[in-house]
Design a protein around this ligand. Structure first.
Ligand SMILES: Nc1ncnc2c1ncn2[C@@H]1O[C@H](COP(=O)(O)OP(=O)(O)OP(=O)(O)O)[C@@H](O)[C@H]1O
Ligand SMILES: [Mg+2]
Length: 294
């Protein structure tokens, strides 16, 4: 069992208080290749929406646990705390994996909970998730069932995906309303968006009742972006023209992002007035999650 900081509202209290007015909008952050800024974006859009007054859930389905870590938790060090892996094993309920996101490392002096923000925790054992899912009946619908069970408790749910298009990511696509394709600026990355679209089409053809589509494109200038200069600028323009209607504001490159991650803080708490923090507020507003009127 976790010892939450004073003032944190456990998810069990949210559940017993009853549903919110509207069912959550569900996004999946997807890209086939790793290191495209998916987790950073999932966590920081979610944190901005939470600040604007929207009750928000991040679903961490990645064995790297990066989103869980960014929200203050090291799931593999927390004996007895349920994770998505336990749900997959059938020994925990999904709601037991949902904990308040923290504004610093769990257990550290002064760490408080972030109002309105929750995370469904991952664990490194999720490495086995693909094989475990593969043999199930309804294997593509596992995550949808879990998420639908808490949809009424949230305004926004963001599923952070591992960097592939495997069975867990298929589950995330099936569970979401819209996919956000997260890419680095570059020619190769532009092709990655086409692959995501083809994958969504394939899923829709094979399975009934899937409503997801590539709703938005988010370009994040991560440090591993290969080319700078003319080709790089051209490729940014070509992503922008090919996906004009779907483009979210771009995220600039900033050392604040790895620093915030190392401090286990979301950006708006680590660097309240930073430019890249503002980028994420702009994206959140572009998704329709503006400051909620009281
Ligand atoms: N705008 C940015 N500026 C500088 N560094 C960034 C930026 N966005 C992300 N990073 C760094 O780039 C790395 C990859 O980012 P992130 O973990 O968000 O990508 P990811 O797509 O979730 O990766 P994976 O597929 O491995 O889960 C991280 O070290 C992160 O701190
Ligand atoms: Mg990630």
């Amino acid at each position: 069992m976790l010892t939450l900081p004073p003032g944190a509202i456990p998810f069990s209290h949210v559940l017993s208080a009853g549903p919110l007015a509207g069912p959550a909008k569900i996004y999946a952050m997807v890209n086939q290749s790793g290191g495209a800024g998916k987790t950073t974006s999932a966590v920081n859009v979610a944190a901005s929406a939470a600040e604007y007054g929207w009750r928000t859930l991040i679903v961490d389905g990645d064995a790297q646990c990066d989103a869980s870590v960014a929200c203050g938790y090291e799931p593999d060090q927390m004996e007895g705390q349920a994770t998505l892996y336990d749900v997959l094993l059938g020994v925990a309920n999904f709601e037991d994996t949902i904990v308040p996101a923290l504004a610093g490392p769990y257990g550290a002096k002064g760490t408080v909970a972030i109002e309105n923000l929750y995370i469904a925790l991952a664990s490194s054992e999720l490495e086995d998730a693909e094989q475990m899912l593969a043999t199930r009946v309804g294997r593509e619908f596992w995550l949808r069932g879990l998420i639908e069970s808490v949809r009424g408790q949230f305004d926004l749910i963001i599923i952070d995906c591992p960097g592939n298009l495997g069975l867990y990511v298929v589950n995330a696509i099936v569970a979401c309303d819209e996919v956000i394709g997260c890419v680095k600026p570059g020619w190769k990355e532009l092709r990655a968006l086409t692959r995501i679209e083809l994958k969504i089409e394939e899923i829709k053809r094979a399975l009934g009742g899937v409503k997801a589509f590539l709703g938005k494109v988010l370009v994040v200038d991560v440090p591993t972006t290969r080319s700078q200069g003319a080709i790089y600028d051209d490729s940014k323009k070509s992503v922008a023209s090919a996906y004009a209607d779907q483009m979210l504001p771009m995220v600039r490159r900033s050392p604040r992002i790895p620093e915030a991650y190392a401090a286990q803080k979301v950006l708006r708490i680590y660097d309240r007035t930073g430019e890249v923090t503002q980028d994420y507020y702009d994206i959140t507003k572009a998704l329709g999650f503006k400051r909620r009127k009281k």
